[in-house]
Design a protein around this ligand. Sequence first.
Ligand SMILES: CC(=O)N[C@H]1[C@@H](OP(=O)(O)O)O[C@H](CO)[C@@H](O)[C@@H]1O
Ligand SMILES: [Mg+2]
Length: 560
Amino acid sequence: MLEFHALKPLYDSQCQTRNYTYTYGTAGFRDHADVLDTVMFTTGIVAALRSLKHNGKFVGVMITASHNPPQDNGVKIIEPDGSMLLQDWEPIATKLANIASNESFDNLVNYIRDIIQEQKIDIHGSMAHIAVGMDSRESSPRLMNCLMSTLEPIFNAIVINHGMLTTPQLHYLTSCHNEEDIRNVSIETYNRNFQSTFKKLLNIYNIQGFNNCFDNLIVDCANGIGAPQFERFSSLLSQSSMIKFTNDNYLHPETLNESCGADFVKTRQTLPKGVPQEFLQDGNNNLYCSFDGDADRIVFYYIKDSKFHLLDGDKIATLFAKFLKELLTTAQIPHEKIKLGIVQTAYANGSSTNYVKTKLNCPTSCTKTGVKHLHHEAQTAYDIGIYFEANGHGTILFSNKFYQQVQSCIDNIMEQPNGDLEKDERWKACETLLLFSRVINQTVGDAIADLLGVIATLLITKSTPDQWDNEYTDLPNLLSKIVVPDRNLFKTTDQERKLTSPPGLQAKMDTLINKIENGRAFVRASGTEDAVRIYCEGSSINEVKKLSQDIADLILKDAK
Ligand SMILES: CC(=O)N[C@H]1[C@@H](OP(=O)(O)O)O[C@H](CO)[C@@H](O)[C@@H]1O
Ligand SMILES: [Mg+2]
């Protein structure tokens, strides 16, 4: 029985922010940390109800604002299988937060009762189980208290607090909690599983070190939680002495994402601050990468002829697609049997889409921004669904059919007479496919797991960063943002590639876009920041910059 009378003192003490409207953004609630107490409180309630709806299975709750500045924070709920909160529940979570903030306590209780009734939640059956975690922001412990305040007193929930960890680690552990004895699941489960699979994968090819593909791997941790987690993780890899860290100052949360991290490097197309000079000597043969604040994104880069070269999410997706396609060919698994495709958003560079279609001959899909959209498409449209946002947020999903086909190929090889080379190559390809699928975190995009996947691909195919990059050349592009009085006026269609509002703006933009060679541009409201984003690409960077400025001028003129 839920003791709602006990909710009142908790509500009074925890929900200090009133008369504030919360919106569910691209990746959960995100805002200035000062106003998040009330929505944390209600998100705890939603997580408990979501767990009860799943008959008491573990649901995860992560406190993070990813790439946002240090003063922001946010929260997202994780489903029992490690995926993101079911989209049908986003309006429920939003309404509950806004009732708590703007209406009476009685209305809050009534709405909780409505959810229980409408969702047919059995509150007398199983106990709720919640796994929680947070990033390294200063506000995270305070907000964690608001989040947890109702879980035990009101819901009698079993709560496992994983403390500070990366978002994808919590996604993975939430799914493990529902599969294994909860006493055996900890961050070590994550580390052990991914480390041992990576080692087994490289052992197939007797690979030592970085196999002469590059010298050192320099990891920029955005001064976030990825630093201690990956330092601990990588210390047990045989390559650890060649892995160097920069921006790993997570104990100084005021430096989080400050001129560093994946978002900074991708948007500015430049090195993060703080890379030691010794790693930047001309002629060095290093591979660099940047995590974002909660380590669910990664971008790579290298320096050649003193020039910075970015290897972003599009490059990661195409690297994986080429590698996996070749493995299917070597394994002699007909491509019709396993459908491999790439899911992108409108932010994907036009050259990458063109390369996938014409060189890799793979199908592509375009979805709206936000990994929940890409994940869903990858899951429903493909057997090997590779999805990446250009900013480095993504993963690969492997269907049951994929596992069945690879297993039947292995069974088939085992039936053949021993000792022939082709058999050996086929077997290796099948084993590689299976192990590779487990080096990847299939619950969500994961900087650490994606890093392992990229390194394994480069080492196995004996490719240098330069060779990886040379598969196709990005069209010059620019992503910028501007602040407008009301970003909610910006409405889009066609997977966010066209504006339907403000009226007339798209037509004016089209006139500008058509003037430049290979021109493409679109405008949409950010779902994580109070800004409107402008993306432009074309054949020359000067034209792209001008186009971007002209579009910004149009928007600002319109907004007056
Ligand atoms: C252009 C861009 O990089 N947008 C990001 C950003 O969303 P916006 O809705 O554009 O603010 O944050 C999301 C969450 O991390 C991420 O999924 C998305 O790709
Ligand atoms: Mg992130």
